[in-house]
Design a protein around this ligand. Structure first.
Ligand code: FAD
Length: 378
């Protein structure tokens, strides 16, 4: 009798869930995705994608779209917040293409999400499906229950449901992530609003207790993104719809360089997001259930590696599950965790320090990783 392909359910159609789905389908696995949202919108945020995730995205067929829609900066600059003195210009552009064979991209987060969504057939994505519970089912399977009253079964479940993961909660119990006491104000707006100002293409302005990063998100340089890390111990809401107060934001950066103040003066509105983190988890896998992306290794955004490492996860997961029969899934998932956990824990800890690229650094251990060829754990 011909083998039935593995049926894997992914909870969450974020960047991690969608890229994992594309990677798994590439090795012949039958995937269903369940997402709590009713639809997706192009919300205002930028995202950096380094060679380590670009290798995965190129193999998934996104090279032409990325080249057409994303910006390639020549360097990632670090500057003192008030004088603007350059403390580090980390070479990107041609230098990163020569060194790593693929570019370093800056782009609109919504554009990346849309590209990934186009990689999977729409009929495998069930929107308006919020996972509320899971049980063991017959034959090593897993049964999922959703808040809309529906249920489904799969041979394995991948929890790509973000930092507040319900799958993580079922596995390890309820535990809120730690609020860092800091918030990210972020927005994308047309550069036309800046008049004659020519902003640095990709820069982080380092203040004593806060910073702001800004960069273009299209090759046309017609949209600028900024994101801050600002101390605000009393605010801990993570919501795409929470708006920030422009007056408070501008006052928080009024000692910064005139270019920063001009950008904040020109921006029409801003979203506000509490920055949270977790320590590395004791385990990401239980039987035929595994976690991926922010569900298992949420991190501060200071290395711009949260989404990139979730994309790496998908590629490694697909290599571990390739050709595996149903009774081998649990072992393949343990292998996935064993391969990924040392790397993502190191990145989580490094990111938490918020010193990445402030001074000259060796970035090769992060950017040089190739999820298609990295050795798999025994
Ligand atoms: P998410 O993006 O959180 O997706 C989870 C999905 O699961 C969502 O669609 C959600 O609706 C769905 N979901 C949740 N619960 C359920 C449920 N119970 N049932 C069904 N669906 C559910 N990373 C980078 O690589 N580069 C950057 O430049 C960068 N900048 C950042 C800037 C900021 C300010 C922040 C906060 C993060 C940044 N990151 C960056 C990190 C990146 O955003 C995350 O690491 C990444 O989005 C994680 O993807 P994910 O798919 O694991 O989780």
């Amino acid at each position: 009798m011909p083998k039935r392909p593995l049926r894997i359910a992914i909870i969450g159609a974020g960047i991690g869930g969608l890229s994992a789905a594309a990677c798994l389908r590439r090795v012949g696995i039958d995937v269903s995705i369940y997402e709590q949202a009713r639809g997706f919108t192009r919300l205002g945020a930028g995202i950096q994608q380094a060679p380590n995730s670009i290798r995965v995205l190129y193999a998934l067929g996104l090279k032409d779209k990325l080249l057409a829609q994303a910006f390639q900066p020549d360097s990632n600059d670090s500057r003192d917040h008030d004088s603007g003195r350059l403390t580090n210009a980390h070479a990107l552009g041609q230098s990163v293409r020569d060194r790593h064979g693929v570019p370093y991209f800056l782009m609109h987060r919504g554009d990346l999400h849309a590209m990934l969504a186009e990689l999977v057939p729409p009929d495998i994505v069930s929107l308006d499906h919020r996972l509320v519970g899971m049980e063991h089912a017959a034959d090593h399977g897993v049964r999922m229950r959703f808040s809309n009253g529906e249920a489904a079964e799969a041979d394995a479940v991948i929890g790509a449901d973000g930092v507040h993961s319900v799958v993580r909660e079922v596995m390890l119990g309820k535990e809120r992530p730690r609020f860092t006491g800091r918030v990210a104000y972020r927005t994308v707006f047309p550069t036309a609003r800046l008049g004659d100002l020519r902003p640095h293409p990709c820069v982080k302005w380092w203040g004593p207790d806060r910073h702001i990063v800004s960069y273009f998100v299209t090759p046309r340089r017609d949209e600028l993104y900024f994101v801050t890390s600002t101390p605000e111990p009393d605010f801990d809401v993570e919501s795409w719809s929470a708006k920030g107060d422009l007056g408070t934001l501008r006052a928080a950066y009024d000692t910064f360089h005139p270019q920063v103040r001009a950008i904040l003066a020109a921006c029409p509105d801003v979203h506000k997001w509490a920055l949270v983190e977790r320590d590395p988890l004791p385990r990401w896998v239980e039987g035929n259930v595994a976690l991926l992306g922010d569900a298992c290794h949420p991190m501060t955004p200071y290395m711009a590696q949260g989404a990139s490492t979730s994309i790496e996860d998908g590629a490694i997961l697909s290599r571990c599950l390739r050709g595996v029969e149903r009774d081998g899934v649990a072992q393949a998932l343990r292998r996935y965790q064993a391969t990924r956990e040392p790397r993502t824990s190191r990145i989580q800890r490094t990111s938490a320090r918020n010193t990445w690229l402030k001074d000259p650094h060796d970035a090769d251990w992060v950017y040089g990783y190739d999820a298609w060829t990295a050795p798999l754990a025994e």
